[in-house]
Design a protein around this ligand. Structure first.
Ligand SMILES: *[C@@H]1O[C@H](CO)[C@@H](O)[C@H](O)[C@H]1NC(C)=O
Ligand SMILES: *[C@@H]1O[C@H](CO)[C@@H](O)[C@H](O)[C@H]1NC(C)=O
Ligand SMILES: CC(=O)N[C@H]1CO[C@H](CO)[C@@H](O)[C@@H]1O
Length: 587
């Protein structure tokens, strides 16, 4: 697309000017980054697979939404939080012990409530470490996050109930192609367990009612096996695990059963896309030679293992075990896992390796499958080996000392890191104590957290770009306009959360708070919800008019947990799937 525009310019400037005005008029609908992506360039594949959609530009994708933010903004925010906190908080967040037996109180009435609850989700909880563990400030911040969740949810409820996602500016429903263009209430299913953890019982009850009575998993077009698994199966299983309400289990099983035909291949490696009505399967047309994608077929294990555990039906675990074993036996050049694997021939596709899009959660699920089931020794050994390889081959240090994971294409490094790859700080930290070199792993985890923080701190909005690069002139930033957007992604905050748990260094809470304030300042749409933005380097960026369901599932959940006592979700007892849905540790 861009190339075509350039040719026009060479030929006829007038047409370009005309085009400019046309764009200015209808700009919103075509704008970034969809605009560049037309034509299936490689850029498309770079971010499509893991969060299969690029943000749809909003019809109202204008610059600023009304109020101009001044420098005293954070003070005003504070005042508002304090006021709200004193006026409402513990009251609006009512809990019903009967209905929600395993939820720890999200809002202790007094500081001494940071006690361990033997029946709590947190159970054992973490060590209560003085002031920083659950001080007044953290409680205040946690309350603010709960209010953000209430806002995101209530606006969705008001303007787009039952739809997949909300367009907060247009105030109507939105559906990305991963959901097969049918209304499956993605935001409800994705957001429910966050409501639960926050103790938002009324909202949770309404969501549950919808799942019970209105949820239909009958897309009349193609759906992404991976996305449906991590959001729908994972979300429902987490609700079941937390509430023990069989409604969620039954729905999860119903969906998983419909996904099973995708696994019927020569290798057992599932197809990426399934049509629920016709049962036909296929792959992403842009994926190297009809291949399936590592981060997709490698991100099913946690959910499927838990499904077998709660149903007693071994079929789910068998499917994912077969994938795991198949991959483990494949030869790899240079020891790295390529992102593409052909489901019929069983051969690797293009030699592209990444801890960001296309690769990311495959590595995450190796570690987490083992955390879920400590007898799964294959997963652990694959994780250890993969980490050794990526630390040897992809881990880089910039001129000014920032540590990052580069990508590798055909044996050559590309000095770029995706926002998506920022989850590695949390993952490597989480695995550190089980690794053969805890200190080294913790150092890498913290260094990655720092680099990803820098990618936020070096922008005008204090929100990070979709990808950033390390070049002579700049580090942890990007100058490419198609990488400048922020679509409410969680990975950086996810890493702050794990690093906070692991180090108890208050800096991570401060970083998280900085991001929360930036969200309020740049993404909040009053009476609309939250929107992504198109350019993190522009303090008055245009908005993309999409409230992603993972904003409720992940971004707000990690923020909430960051400011909560460890006992709110004890990581010895729970493992979060790649969409931040907690599943129980089994063995
Ligand atoms: C744990 O993993 C082992 C090895 O893959 C498997 O045999 C076992 O069934 C798993 N247990 C559960 C509860 O998933
Ligand atoms: C499920 O996991 C529990 C441990 O959490 C184990 O006791 C039980 O046997 C498992 N059930 C099945 C069917 O694997
Ligand atoms: C192996 C295989 O079936 N590959 C298919 C993946 O999907 C595309 C269409 O999206 C087909 O063209 C390939 O043949």
């Amino acid at each position: 697309m861009c190339r075509r525009v350039l040719k026009l310019r060479e030929k006829n400037l007038v047409i370009l000017i005309f085009a400019f005005f046309t764009l200015a008029c209808f700009g919103g609908t075509f704008f970034l980054p969809d605009f560049w992506d037309l034509g299936g360039s490689e850029k498309l594949s770079a971010h499509v697979p893991v969060r299969m959609f690029v943000p749809d530009a909003g019809a109202h994708g204008q610059g600023v939404d009304g109020d101009v933010h001044k420098k005293d903004d954070s003070d005003r925010l504070w005042d508002k939080i304090r006021k709200n906190f004193l006026a409402k908080p513990p009251l609006t967040v009512r809990r019903d012990e009967e209905q929600f037996p395993v939820t720890p109180s999200p809002l202790p009435a007094n500081p001494s409530l940071n006690k361990k609850k033997s029946d709590g989700v947190g159970g054992g909880g973490g060590p209560s470490v003085g002031r920083s563990a659950d001080d007044e400030e953290s409680k205040m911040r946690r309350m603010k996050i709960v209010q953000m969740m209430q806002h995101a949810w209530s606006m969705y409820e008001k303007h787009a109930w039952g739809e997949n996602e909300l367009k907060p500016i247009s105030k109507r429903g939105h559906s990305a192609n991963i959901f097969g263009h049918s209304k499956m209430g993605a935001t409800i299913v994705d957001g429910l367990d966050t409501l639960y953890l926050m103790g938002l019982t009324e909202e949770f009850a309404r969501g549950r009612q919808w799942v019970k009575e209105s949820f239909r998993f009958e897309a009349n077009s193609d759906i992404s096996v991976f996305e449906v698994n991590i959001r729908f199966v994972g979300g429902l299983l987490a609700c079941y695990a937390l509430s023990k309400d069989a409604v969620f289990k039954d729905k999860a099983v119903e969906i998983a059963d419909k996904l099973l035909p995708a696994f019927e291949t020569e290798t057992g490696i599932p197809y990426a896309i399934l049509n629920l009505q016709t049962g036909s399967r296929k792959n992403w047309s842009w994926a190297s030679g009809g291949c399936s994608i590592l981060s997709e077929f490698g991100t099913l294990h946690l959910e499927f293992a838990y499904l077998s555990n709660i149903t007693g039906n071994p079929v789910y675990l068998q499917k994912v075990t077969r994938i795991r074993e198949y991959i483990s036996k494949m030869e790899r050049q240079d020891g790295v896992y390529p992102n593409y694997l052909h489901p019929s021939t069983g051969r690797w596709g293009q030699r592209h390796t990444s801890l960001g899009a296309l690769g990311d959660s495959f590595y995450e699920y190796l570690l987490k499958s083992w955390l879920q089931n400590k007898t799964d020794a294959l997963a652990k050994s694959m994780y250890d080996e993969a980490m050794k390889t990526v630390m040897d081959r992809l881990l880089q240090t910039s001129r000014n000392g920032l540590v990052y994971f580069a990508e590798m294409k055909n044996g050559r490094l590309e000095h770029k890191m995706d926002h998506l790859a920022c989850f590695t700080g949390g993952m490597i930290g989480l695995g550190a104590e089980h690794s053969d070199d805890k200190e080294k792993h913790m150092k890498v985890a913290k260094d990655i957290g720092k680099t990803c923080y820098e990618s936020y701190d070096r922008t005008a909005t204090k929100l990070g770009p979709e990808a950033f690069r390390f070049e002579d002139s700049s580090e942890a930033t990007t100058t490419r306009s198609q990488e400048k957007y922020y679509i409410l992604r969680p990975e950086v905050i996810e890493t702050y959360f794990y690093l906070w748990r692991l180090t108890k260094n208050n800096m991570y809470r401060e970083w998280g708070w900085q991001a929360a304030q930036a969200l309020e300042k740049h993404c909040l749409i009053k009476d609309g919800g939250y929107t992504g933005i198109k350019d993190v380097y522009d303090a008055h960026s245009a908005k993309d008019d999409v409230q992603q369901s993972f904003f409720l599932a992940e971004t707000l959940k990690y923020l909430y947990l960051l400011f909560s006592p460890d006992s709110t979700l004890d990581l010895d007892r729970w493992v979060l799937n790649t969409e931040a849905h907690p599943l129980p540790v089994l063995v």
